[in-house]
Design a protein around this ligand. Sequence first.
Ligand SMILES: CC(C)(COP(=O)(O)OP(=O)(O)OC[C@H]1O[C@@H](n2cnc3c(N)ncnc32)[C@H](O)[C@@H]1OP(=O)(O)O)[C@@H](O)C(=O)NCCC(=O)NCCS
Length: 277
Amino acid sequence: MGTPFISLLEPTKLDGYDRGKPHDQQPASIPRVFMDAMEVRESVFVREQSVPLEFEHDGDDARSLHWVVYASVNQVVAQERRDAAGNVVQPRRSSTRTQPIGTVRLVPFPHPPHPERGGRYVDNLLQNEAELASSLTASQEARVSAAQPYGRDRPTTLHDGLEPYVKIGRLAVVKEFRGHRIAGQLWAAARAWLENNQDYFNPSVQELGLDALKAGVNDVPRWNGLVGVHAQEDVVPVWERWGFQVDEGMGRWWEEGIPHVGMFLRLKLKDKPITIS
Ligand SMILES: CC(C)(COP(=O)(O)OP(=O)(O)OC[C@H]1O[C@@H](n2cnc3c(N)ncnc32)[C@H](O)[C@@H]1OP(=O)(O)O)[C@@H](O)C(=O)NCCC(=O)NCCS
């Protein structure tokens, strides 16, 4: 494997993405980096962890940032051939392909409420809610999930239910490439981006107006370094290595049959220089 490199895709329209089809059968308008992120997610979550393909892409993908790690991988395309006397008649041939091998996404606030303790979620919906939502089309559902209003959530151990937080997720590294700090590089890239773009998601009152934000002038949400993750229970030690802590008050729930817990980390934001106008 050659030296990996990372690409970043900022929030972008993904209109026309068909959740029922794999990444290589999507319209040409879908950005390459997103297709590559889906290639990894299909390999890890759909094929390895048996998450249904149609649940893998969701309404948060368009408003999220996506990082994808690529590696140059040498592949044998034709084996060496020898004649009866043992002479090489065709040498082994190989070619180098740039392959997406890992991905992670960062979802801006606001978010749907914290999952219910013991809840069983399928395609982001608590199972009894899923019956109510079954009348929505996929695109209506995507819009609903992407447009949660700002509001109070239930307080947990590490989140007061009000503070805006960004959510890191869909962390995946293709099986053959694990154990080489690829996930660590993805988190380092996302973390560095957050430290350098701390105001990126803060809504602008001038642009949106208070009505759209559903907030008073003194409580326009501002990000203060809080990062959350819905972690698969088996992977908690990975997030702990990076400083995330399990939120005991959030409890445990199931997403597509996989047990999850909530974790948070607070990044220290840079002090901003005071400007005098
Ligand atoms: C979790 C996953 C992304 C880790 O990818 P990776 O590239 O192998 O991870 P890294 O090599 O960067 O490891 C990061 C750290 O976690 C540790 N680690 C990795 N996998 C671990 C595991 N399963 N249990 C405990 N520690 C683990 C590593 O030792 C490393 O620690 P170090 O830096 O102190 O040595 C990968 O195993 C994966 O894709 N799993 C399936 C999908 C998944 O579960 N995603 C998480 C959803 S919340």
